[in-house]
Design a protein around this ligand. Structure first.
Ligand code: SF4
Length: 293
């Protein structure tokens, strides 16, 4: 979808896989945000801690990709994980983002609030890992809720401990990446550990929040029956909070970025799942009673 309101950015998940989107994602961008001026390094660190500024990779307006309705998705910079299939390695380092004031972010949400309400959409914070900048994101969510705007957090949950219960109050929906059900596979795929994701999902469920789980299907990496079964078992612990599971086919849209950044790309020859494999995994989740897309 083309938009005159801002540039598209690539996204770590795999929903944006049509040709039109690809041509847009290569642009990337941060149009419409002014950087704060006159802040030295110490000022910036202080402002980052309080949430007066956040480091942002890019933003876009999309429909039915990062939550319900038409949404503004803000891709925050910085991520502690290093997923083998990451579509956005250029979001890994926070310092590579652009500092944006909280005021500018709130103004942007305010500008689109009528559109969000008309489409049952809202604001989504994604990344990178949006929970690396909890003060900025949670204050923006608070402002959005005060405007009556739906809020969505797209996260791996790895930094769930950065979010207080009070911060959770302002989240309506979480897109939670459960990257693997098996601990060793999770480590191999992401470089991190699995338990924080489970803990965060369970906290969300307890707090009465809605969850959409995302699982990236990579043949030979995340696709074993045992691994999928363990993902399903984790999802069961989220109870009624879990509305559905998105099984996202691995694709190679991120490969050019790895090349441009001269990072060794471990999935160079990966072709992505066949229709049969996808059907098997979908059926596995459905056998647990989940709605699967
Ligand atoms: S969690 Fe971080 S490394 Fe993993 S896919 Fe998302 S942005 Fe990339």
């Amino acid at each position: 979808m083309s938009t005159s309101t801002g540039f598209r950015s690539t996204k770590q998940h795999m929903l944006r896989d049509n040709k039109e989107y690809v041509s847009q994602t290569l642009m990337g961008g941060l149009s419409g945000f002014e950087s704060p001026v006159g802040l030295d390094r110490r000022d910036r660190l202080r402002a980052l801690k309080t949430g007066d500024i956040g480091f942002v990779h890019s933003w876009d307006i999309n429909t039915s990709v990062d939550g319900p309705g038409t949404r503004m998705t803000v891709f925050m910079s910085g991520c502690p994980l290093r997923c083998m299939y990451c579509q956005n390695p250029d979001t890994w380092k926070m310092r590579d983002g652009k500092p944006v004031t909280l005021d500018a972010m709130i103004k942007k949400i305010d500008r689109y609030k009528d559109l969000f309400k008309a489409t049952n959409g809202g604001i989504t914070f994604s990344g990178g890992e949006s929970m690396m900048q909890p003060a900025f994101v949670s204050r923006a969510f608070r402002a959005a809720k005060e405007m009556g705007v739906h809020t969505c957090l797209d996260t791996s949950g790895f930094l769930g401990h950065n979010y207080t219960d009070e911060m959770l109050d302002d989240i309506d929906l979480c897109l939670l990446d459960v990257k693997s059900g098996d601990e060793a596979t999770y480590k191999k795929v992401t470089g991190g550990v699995l338990q924080p994701t489970i803990d965060f999902g369970q906290r969300l469920a307890k707090a009465g929040k809605k969850i959409w789980v995302r699982f990236v299907l990579v043949p030979g990496l995340t696709d074993s029956e045992e691994n999928v079964e363990k993902v399903a078992q984790i999802c069961e612990t989220f109870g009624d909070a879990l509305e559905h599971i998105d099984v996202l086919n691995f694709h190679q849209l991120g490969r050019p970025k790895w090349h441009e950044m001269r990072i060794d790309y471990p999935l160079e020859d990966q072709k992505g799942p066949s229709a049969e494999l996808r059907a098997r995994v979908k059926a596995q989740f459905e056998a647990h009673g989940f709605k699967v897309y």
